[in-house]
Write a protein of this length. Structure first.
Length: 155
């Protein structure tokens, strides 16, 4: 599938200006109890790298830094508005994060075998086109290290 397909064009247009921070989701106990349960042993992740797929405005990148002593936590999102916002955030150490605006069908800007932990929340349910979602799953596994963990929520 090409990045200029009808669905991806619609998604990029809809999210062009960005989203909210979705701070209300920080109060959900399932985040720490289920989605981020692999991070309970914070010292295990010291010096490692993480990726938030569908990072929005960086809320979970900030949360990940609070949980573990990561070497780097990057974010990728389809919205250029969100990516520009995250680059200006002063409550995230920008020297330890890279921000990528993806084309909606792959993670072509990210290297293979880069991440020890990848998370995604409030994202995948918004990608109803099977071919696109399937390709994004393949891409997530491509950028994950061999022993990497992918933790995701989908409605």
């Amino acid at each position: 599938m090409k990045p200029d397909n009808t669905y991806t064009k619609m998604q990029k247009s809809f999210y062009a200006k960005g989203t909210s921070d979705h701070l209300e989701h920080n109060e959900n106990p399932d985040y720490s109890d289920i989605l981020l349960s692999d991070l309970k042993e914070g010292s295990k992740w010291k010096g490692k790298s993480a990726l938030d797929f569908g990072c929005g405005r960086g809320r979970n990148v900030k949360n990940l830094f609070k949980l573990c002593a990561w070497d780097r936590v990057d974010g990728v999102d389809i919205s250029d508005g969100n990516i520009q916002y995250t680059k200006r955030r002063t409550d995230i150490d920008q020297s330890k994060s890279n921000w990528f605006c993806n084309n909606g069908i792959d993670l072509s800007g990210l290297g293979s075998d880069e991440y020890d932990f990848i998370m995604s929340t409030i994202v995948l349910q918004h990608i109803p086109v099977h071919e696109i979602r399937y390709n994004l799953f393949k891409e997530i596994y491509r950028v994950a290290k061999d022993e990497g963990i992918f933790s995701f929520q989908i409605g």
